[in-house]
Write a protein that binds this ligand. Structure first.
Ligand SMILES: [Zn+2]
Ligand SMILES: [Zn+2]
Ligand SMILES: [Zn+2]
Length: 794
């Protein structure tokens, strides 16, 4: 007898078949291996002991990029072949499988890239089965060259030999290429078309001329648009304040921090502290942007990054080169490249105007980015689907995802239960959407803020593409309750004739955290703290303690409702929130420094607006409370990016946290739940300001107060319900001080605490919760209907 084995997971385009081939040959087994649209199928025959070894080794010795979700083994008739073969791929209708994200260049390819004797010496598109583009070039499955944007490049004999040799590292590496047959780069200083034929010239000098020129321009202080893996970057010398200021000016990005790319870990260490976990993240295959603490004092020899890169922050987002092209741009030692020295740290920000999606296409980039860039480093390998850089930080042995995209998406979140094919469209900001089937939740790459047509188009294209490659025909549609979200409109206009469900924003956050932690359905306490989300009563929620399961929730406690003068627009002017909250709570703040430059007339109108309830929606938002306090203490009255005031307050508060004592606060038990009263808290803060207490100390005391409130509420919830598990979700949990305080506080009280593991706590993780909730609510609804029907019949 032989064994028929089906392997599911990320098993294509990752060197899995050659691995199987090698393993079978080594164990003297015969049969075949083949890719199908659903995974990898294997038939092996031979001695029983060898067969056992073979099955065990499949999951233990698998290649680095493979992710196995299941292995099914069945008895099968032996094909009695004499050797082991790799068969052609087979497409199976309706079958699907997870696909690998794009991965950074592997050490083997990096070595070859800088080896003057190698055929691909200094060739910017070197890759193998262990590295290179995947998700961004795949047009369809099974993952084979004709279904990728490499289809147009005919392999040369050399590449074909490697591609067809099962023992070669490049066996079936779909993006395989070399200087003779693959894509090429071109430097454009003016607005012109990309040439249709390129420098197929063996002379390394000519081949590298575009890169050398780009290096020179970067050194001289120019801004260069660079086509990368998932889109364009704008790059410039991070140490040059004039260039960085110019880039801010052109992009219309006032303070929002830029990420940088450093040539190597030594360059990173010259500007940042690097803990062990951070080192692992920086050098991981995914090569995300890692938030690192800036070095306080850089030595006189050290390389400096302009203060304009991440103003008023104590951290900076850093990544290492992740494509061969990045290595060529930043390398400091290769003799040919060294002819044009380049600064070891470059600003690398997404190639777009603020708030637009990242540009991916040469023509589009030349048009849209011309006002931003002095030159373009283009290439002719098309990007089929965009993927922004991921942003993470190390958090006590865990990874905290702030943006989950390149390197991670579209790896699925594996659910502990089966779900129907579902489309959940996510929220309005930091949008991602989610498609589910079987046990998989495919959370999309980062789409962005839905405020312009380009992002909306990118959202719609993304849904179309991912539903196609994962063969998801949605049977359920889930969306946010907010009537004015673009995503809600999209859902309501959808032609799909399927059950649809509006999901409350903060419930979705908590369900996302539960699914992220692989929890089965149950009831637990959810602290859903964020900036804004539509409540079931039409108010803006955001400081919510819920008792939640997947199918429903109850509001156990929340911050008291206060008016937000001007609605969402107030988030750009935290002074309005501070003055508005103080006014409605009857706290006099007229003498405080933060109001001294505010025009008296404007202040009077604001107060009238609140008294007359004109365009002043009520909110229980935790994010807005942070904004109000940050403005009260004088950090800033206006912000230029989301949560800026709160983030800057966190920076100033850090040194005082261990010394700070919490402020008083009130929790009122009402018929409709518990209300967290803020008058005592805010008036004590005002007293501290009058007493000239340090801003950092007031901020630290405030953080401690919120943490104490959080733990207090959970204890009260446990008293009334016996629930002992707490899930933390919502964008406010990106605040490390608060997360640490609440985490420790709850653990001291013997709570079991869950925070996010694989997806962001901000709205980038929302769609996962929406998808799971919709599945549970709709199946409950169905059960209920069936019961009713039975009752009627009987
Ligand atoms: Zn490689
Ligand atoms: Zn070639
Ligand atoms: Zn939210």
């Amino acid at each position: 007898m032989a064994k028929h084995i089906s392997v599911k997971g990320v098993v294509q385009g990752v060197g899995f078949r050659p691995f199987v081939y090698g393993l079978a040959t080594r164990l003297d087994l015969h049969g075949w291996v083949c890719n199908t649209s659903g995974g990898v199928e294997i038939l092996v025959g031979g001695q029983n002991s060898s067969l056992e070894k073979f099955i065990k080794s499949l999951s233990v010795e698998k290649p680095p990029l493979a992710k196995i979700d299941s292995i099914r083994v069945e008895e099968a008739p032996d094909d009695a072949s004499s050797n082991f073969e790799i068969h052609e791929s087979q497409a199976v209708d309706g079958a699907y499988q997870p696909i690998s994200p794009d991965m950074a260049i592997c050490p083997d390819c990096e070595r070859e890239l800088f080896n003057p004797k190698d055929k691909r010496y200094l060739y910017p598109f070197i890759n193998c089965t262990n590295c290179g583009p995947r998700f961004t070039i795949i047009q369809d499955i099974p993952y084979d060259r004709p279904s990728t944007t490499m289809a147009d490049f005919a392999m040369c004999d050399h590449c074909r030999t490697e591609y067809t040799d099962p023992l070669n590292r490049r066996f079936h590496a779909q993006p395989i290429a070399c200087p003779d047959c693959g894509p090429f780069v071109e430097l454009r200083e003016t607005h012109s078309q990309f040439p249709t034929s390129g420098p197929r010239i063996s002379s390394i000098e000519i081949r590298t001329s575009a890169i050398l020129k780009a290096r020179r321009l970067l050194r001289e202080g120019y801004i260069v648009a660079i086509k990368g893996l998932g889109g364009f970057h704008l790059a410039c010398d991070a140490s040059n304040p004039y260039t960085v200021a110019e880039l801010r000016d052109r992009k219309g990005r006032i303070d929002k921090p830029f990420a940088v790319m450093a040539a190597n870990i030594t360059a990173v260490a010259s500007i940042c502290e690097i803990q062990r976990e951070e080192h692992l993240l920086l050098t991981s295959r995914e090569k995300p942007i890692v938030l690192l603490t800036k070095k306080k004092q850089t030595g006189s020899q050290a390389y400096n990054v302009s203060g304009l890169v991440a103003p008023n922050l104590d951290n900076i987002g850093v990544m290492l080169p992740y494509t061969p092209l990045h290595h060529l741009l930043l390398n400091q030692t290769d003799p040919i490249l060294a002819r044009e020295p380049v600064p070891p740290i470059l600003v690398m920000t997404s190639g777009n105007f603020s708030e637009e999606p990242i540009a991916t296409d040469n023509k589009d980039a030349l048009q849209r980015l011309s006002p931003l860039a002095d030159a373009f480093l283009l290439h002719n390998r098309d990007i089929h689907i965009r993927s922004d850089d991921s942003v993470v930080k190390a958090d006590k042995g865990n990874v905290m995802y702030l943006r989950r995209s390149r390197g991670y998406a579209p790896y699925p979140v594996v659910l502990p239960f089966e779900v129907k094919p579902t489309l959940a469209v996510g929220g309005e900001l930091k949008n991602t959407f989610c498609l589910t089937r079987d046990h998989y939740a495919f959370l999309s790459h980062h789409i962005g803020d839905m405020e312009n047509v380009e992002t909306q188009e990118s959202f719609e294209q993304g849904i179309e593409h991912l539903s196609h490659i994962f063969r998801v025909k949605p049977e359920i549609l889930a969306y946010d309750l907010h009537p004015n979200y673009f995503t809600t409109e999209y859902a309501s206009e959808s032609k799909l004739d399927i059950p649809r469900l509006g999901v409350q924003h903060h419930h979705a956050h908590i369900a996302s955290c539960m699914a992220d932690n692989g929890l089965e359905d149950r009831r637990l306490i959810g602290l859903s703290f964020d900036g804004t989300g539509y409540g079931t009563d039409g108010a803006i929620w955001g400081g919510e303690a819920l008792l939640a399961s997947y199918a429903d929730f109850e509001r156990f406690a929340h911050l008291e409702y206060l008016p937000l003068p001007g609605g969402d627009a107030a988030t750009r002017s935290p002074w309005r929130i501070a003055a508005g909250y103080a006014h409605s709570l009857g706290i006099n703040v007229d003498d405080l420094p933060f109001l001294q430059n505010i025009d008296k007339q404007g202040l009077r109108i604001l107060r009238q607006q609140i008294d007359r309830r004109l365009n002043s929606p009520l909110t229980s938002s935790m994010g807005r409370l942070f904004d109000a306090v940050a403005s009260l203490v004088g950090i800033r009255n206006e912000v230029t990016y989301e949560a800026q005031a709160a983030i800057e307050m966190e920076v100033l508060s850090k040194p005082f946290v261990s010394l700070a004592k919490p402020y008083p606060y009130g929790i009122e038990e009402t018929k409709n739940g518990r209300m967290i009263r803020l008058k005592e808290l805010l008036s004590t803060i005002v007293q501290d300001i009058r007493a000239n207490e340090l801003i950092g100390m007031i901020g630290a005391r405030f953080h401690r107060t919120v943490s104490e409130i959080a733990v207090d509420i959970c204890k009260r919830a446990r008293e009334t319900t016996d629930l002992n598990e707490v899930a933390l979700s919502g964008g406010v949990w990106q605040n490390q001080i608060l997360l640490d305080l609440v985490w420790d506080g709850l653990r001291q009280e013997d709570f079991v605490v869950y925070s996010h593991q694989q997806v962001p706590s901000n709205d980038g993780g929302l769609a996962l919760g929406q998808a799971v909730i919709a599945n549970f609510e709709i199946s409950n609804r169905k059960e209920h209907e069936e019961r009713e029907e039975k009752l009627l019949k009987s």
